[in-house]
Design a protein around this ligand. Structure first.
Ligand code: B1M
Length: 239
């Protein structure tokens, strides 16, 4: 109960004293350890030092999460630890959000995006949503674990240009085909540009399930979205 006691005595590290490269390494360690406050502090410090949000995101946060992923795969880290890491990553992402979504541009298109049924991974999908917003898209993020009905409902409600789907598991990626097949059955497949993404996917898979494109990362998603919406609109205007 003694609030004066410093429980971290001896462990306190002043992140501000570290040069950039060491601070980035420290952030990888802090992400690994699920230390949200430290990730938030590190993010603020790098921004103050003039780092751009995209470089910070890629080099400090996404790279840190890549390292977490390796040890998760190898059975060194388990779900609770990875959840803490994800929570820390989200702390950093929230600070970057206004910078990544800052746009003076008019809305250039509308997107409905969600993670498919059975899958609760949302970091990458949220990043894609943020970057699309930053590029001038209006984005309706419908969250995780979406059955086909949720997608249909959101399409009906928002009438977007793009339907984006995310899957991080080899067991959930086939569900994307269920959604696309349903659009085909309902005769509305060609009303939308369908973009898919997530670590286990590739271009062949996207082709095989009848998506319009596979997006390797958020930057590719933005470029692809811009290009395909323009093409889709031109095609619609020509009819
Ligand atoms: Co999970 N998990 N996980 N996990 N997890 C992976 C995906 C895994 C590869 C780890 C591993 O073994 N190395 C593995 C999948 C193996 C496989 O299927 N081949 C795995 C597993 C097995 C599991 C569980 C089954 C573990 C268990 O319970 N035993 C379980 C499944 C739960 C479920 O979904 N039903 C599970 C649970 C979890 C946590 C809850 C602990 C947590 C998720 C927290 C959250 O998201 N809120 C978690 C995490 C964090 C990961 C790793 C470590 C990191 C994923 C991540 O956020 N990456 C992941 C390992 C890895 O991928 N290295 C792993 C960072 C993010 C920025 O990248 O998501 O790839 P990414 O997104 C990129 C691109 O893919 C692309 O752009 C993004 C930004 O550049 N993109 C899109 C993504 N979606 C897009 C949509 C688009 C366009 C582009 O639409 C247009």
């Amino acid at each position: 109960m003694n609030e004066e006691v410093d429980l971290d005595e001896g462990e306190d590290l002043d992140l501000r004293t570290l040069p950039d490269d060491e601070l980035v390494k420290q952030m990888h360690d802090d992400l690994y350890d699920g230390l949200k406050e430290e990730i938030e502090d590190g993010t603020h410090i790098l921004l103050e030092r003039g780092w751009g949000p995209k470089q910070l995101l890629d080099e400090a946060l996404v790279e840190g999460m890549r390292i977490v992923g390796i040890d998760f795969r190898d059975g060194i880290l388990f779900v609770p630890e990875v959840l803490l890491a994800a929570n820390a990553m989200k702390g950093g992402m929230e600070i970057l959000r206004p910078l990544l979504t800052e746009t003076g541009a008019e809305t250039i298109g509308t997107v409905v995006i969600g993670t498919v049924k059975g899958d609760i991974h949302d970091i990458g999908k949220n990043l894609v949503a943020m970057m699309l917003e930053g590029a001038g898209f209006e984005v309706f993020n419908i969250g995780i674990n979406n059955p086909v009905e949720n997608y249909l409902e959101a399409l009906e409600e928002h009438r977007p240009d793009i339907l984006g789907m995310s899957a991080l598991l080899t067991t959930t990626m086939p569900y994307m085909k269920v959604v696309i097949d349903t659009l085909v059955e309902k005769g509305i497949r060609d009303d939308y540009v369908v973009l898919v993404g997530g670590a286990p996917l590739n271009e062949q898979f996207a082709d095989a399930i009848g998506a319009d494109a596979y997006c390797r990362d958020a930057a590719v998603a933005v470029e692809t979205a811009k290009e395909l919406v323009a093409r889709h609109r031109a095609k619609a205007a020509a009819v």
